[in-house]
Design a protein around this ligand. Structure first.
Ligand code: DGL
Length: 259
């Protein structure tokens, strides 16, 4: 482990780019190595054991190839694997992400909060604990968003097909507008505008990207692993699907969200 080494950022596919954006903004001097496991996406429809095994094997490879820290930029993989990761790599800097329930639950008095997440995230014990922590402060409804990650992985981040899918997902709300929405999957901030349009322009949306970036900075500082701040860092993209189109989409999404 060396301050000059890159920070590995992983997700089931493109979603972690919404976290990478915040990491690059906060630490432009660092080198980032982004790995998306699009060949195995969506994680949210797999079993906990499958997602845990995939996440552990990515961590093993990235640490052995010299990463100084690992950011699990995926709520589903964090829920399924963060405990196992911390046990197996107990001398490493590992940061996870969880649905941003805290700021949403405290956004006003007793708000109606809608949590959008993958089916597997919502099934995790970790999520049960999070709910128990905040359901005194807010009226929380969960919405498993089947099919949304698949659309985003196909590059559908705007347009009618996406809007129609979101309208179908929100149909159980029967027109009731929540006071706050938690984007509990890192893919969803990539379609923030479409979500905002369908749910209502005034509804605040919360995601864990900024908090995760701040926590990464804090942990690197604490471990004495920050790179020199007088340099400009690099971002490299890798994807298990080995598709030039996907890699181009990764670069476009980073630029798009960085605007
Ligand atoms: N981006 C991931 C998350 O934050 C998971 C998407 C998937 O289902 O693969 O939960």
């Amino acid at each position: 482990m060396h301050p000059n080494s890159p920070i590995a950022v992983i997700d089931s596919g493109l979603g972690g780019i919404s976290v990478l954006r915040e990491l690059v903004r906060l630490m432009p001097w660092e080198d980032f190595r982004y790995f998306g496991d699009s060949a195995n996406a969506p994680y949210g429809e797999k079993s906990t054991a499958e997602v845990r095994a995939l996440t552990l094997s990515h961590a093993e490879r990235l640490f052995s190839e010299g990463a100084k820290a690992l950011v699990v930029a995926c709520n589903t993989a964090t829920g399924a694997a963060i405990t196992a990761l911390r046990e197996r790599f107990d001398d490493r800097v590992i940061i996870g992400i969880e649905p941003a329930l805290k700021p949403a639950a405290r956004s006003k008095t007793s708000p109606a909060v809608l949590v959008m997440a993958t089916p597997l995230t919502l099934k995790q014990e970790k999520f049960e604990h999070l709910l128990a922590q905040y359901n005194k402060d807010a009226r929380i409804t969960v919405l498993p968003c089947h099919g949304l990650v698949e659309l985003i992985e196909q590059g559908v981040v705007t347009g009618e097909r996406l809007t129609a899918h979101l309208q179908e997902l929100f149909a159980p709300l029967a027109g009731e507008t929540p006071d706050a929405v938690v984007l509990g999957c890192t893919h969803y901030p990539l379609v923030r505008e479409a979500i905002q349009q369908v749910i209502g322009q005034n509804v605040p949306l919360f995601d864990g990207g900024i908090g995760t970036a701040r926590e990464t900075l804090r942990r690197l500082e604490e471990a004495g692993l920050l790179n020199g701040t007088d340099r400009t860092g690099t971002v490299t993209f890798e994807n298990s699907a080995d598709s030039p189109t996907l890699l181009a989409l990764c670069r476009d999404l980073l630029e798009e969200v960085a605007k």
